[in-house]
Design a protein around this ligand. Structure first.
Ligand SMILES: [Fe+2]
Length: 261
């Protein structure tokens, strides 16, 4: 394999039924439209990275629907949970996709973390997860590493979402930053794009396959941007090329007056 082509799809917010609605759009339709776009856009999807909030309401039927779609399309998938998910239901109903927190693919390793906490949208990395990161860094010491989790570790200037960032992100940073083979951290949750740095580590957050949040907002605010995904091309030499693609032909439009989700 010359390079590893990953597609990150995040914050699917699938409902319990195919007709479930989120702020005026059907998240199942937008997710399927993203999958269709992958086939047309040509960035390549050796692997899908589903970075949390796969279901918007921890719904078993959403997970089994997702499993069926991914299997029917013959997708290779890594997933991790978000604050709207239920990890035990995911493990039970994503039957063809067992949870993998450490993956080795060619010259790359991928570490996925659970940054969610029960009963709150605020992120935290538990001691157990920090221990797993430590073990993963040892196991993957000869590889370039991509780390992914649901929550963002830093503030982005979107005040209501900034309050939900990982409260103990410094603990994770202190583990990761000495390792120069950690090439990127990729997150979801904020439903908006950020390409920048977390200290010395490249950090990428991504828009959702459903609805987007308005950047630089004090309070909850939905933007009128369409569904999107992030493509990442991981090269053998450890370099990362990445970008975000918004769908150009999705004909459902979010209700930007919604005040919650
Ligand atoms: Fe989330």
């Amino acid at each position: 394999m010359t390079s590893l082509r990953i597609i990150q799809i995040t914050d699917l917010h699938l409902g319990a039924t195919p007709d479930s609605i989120l702020a005026g759009i059907k998240p199942l339709d937008s997710f399927l439209a993203v999958l269709d776009a992958l086939d047309q856009d040509g960035h390549g999807d050796d692997l899908l990275l589903l970075s949390g909030d796969l279901s918007g309401e921890s719904s078993a039927s959403a997970y089994s629907m997702l499993n069926r779609i991914l299997r029917d399309r013959d997708k290779n998938v890594i997933w991790l949970p978000g604050n709207h998910d239920d990890l035990s239901l995911m493990e039970e109903y994503l039957i063809d996709y067992p949870l993998r927190s450490i993956s080795e693919i060619g010259s790359w390793g991928i570490l996925t973390l659970d940054s969610s906490q029960a009963g709150t949208p605020i992120g935290r990395i538990s001691d157990e997860q920090l221990q797993k990161v430590s073990e993963g860094l040892t196991q993957l010491s000869g590889k370039s590493i991509l780390v992914s989790m649901h929550h963002c570790p830093i503030t982005l200037g979107c005040q209501w979402l900034d309050k939900q960032r990982i409260t103990n992100s410094q603990d994770l940073y202190d583990l990761l930053s000495p390792h120069t083979n950690v090439k990127a951290v990729v997150t979801g949750h904020v439903h908006q794009q950020f390409d920048g740095l977390w200290g010395n580590i490249p950090l990428y957050t991504s828009p959702s396959s459903s609805i987007q949040f308005k950047p630089q907002s004090e309070n909850f605010s939905i933007s009128n941007q369409p569904p999107a995904y992030r493509w990442l091309t991981l090269e053998r030499d450890g370099s990362v090329n990445t970008g975000v693609k918004f769908l150009s032909n999705f004909n459902q439009h979010p209700d930007t007056k919604n005040t919650g989700y």
